[in-house]
Design a protein around this ligand. Structure first.
Ligand SMILES: [Zn+2]
Ligand SMILES: [Zn+2]
Length: 132
């Protein structure tokens, strides 16, 4: 978090950068199959109000992959997982926590959909929730 209270982040190659001017939700780990395949492990996501998120993508690399009821946002150049949004809620966007600049000041507070985690996964020492 910067001195003005905003938090920035970016993809691996830096083609897509963003700034969050408002509050960031604590991090949840989503182990659902879609998030597992999208991220390659599980989605560790914060979230913010869409109105607080400013994305800079001068070359149009941010690509949204639609799935039923939602979409995943990634960088078309480097493949970084960046965002997740639900079709039913246009006010919130989930942000892949690993793309935030450190220190984030955030904590991981919950694990979602651990029933869909792969068999290599060691169950977390976190409260678990079965809905997204
Ligand atoms: Zn990139
Ligand atoms: Zn998920």
């Amino acid at each position: 978090m910067s001195a003005d209270g905003s938090t920035s982040g970016r993809c691996l190659c830096g083609a897509v950068t963003y700034t969050v001017s408002g509050r960031l939700r604590e991090v949840t780990d989503c182990h659902c199959e879609r998030c597992r395949r999208f991220t390659g492990h599980h989605m560790a996501a914060s979230a913010a109000a869409v109105a607080d998120l400013e994305i800079e993508d001068p070359t149009g690399q941010l690509t949204w992959h639609p799935v039923p009821g939602a979409a995943y946002g990634f960088c078309a150049t480097c493949g970084s997982s960046l965002f997740w949004r639900a079709d039913a809620d246009h006010t919130q966007v989930s942000i892949c926590a690993g793309t935030l600049e450190t220190p984030t000041g955030l904590r991981t507070v919950e694990a979602w959909w651990t029933s869909q985690a792969s068999d290599y996964f060691t169950r977390p020492d976190l409260p678990e929730r079965l809905t997204e």
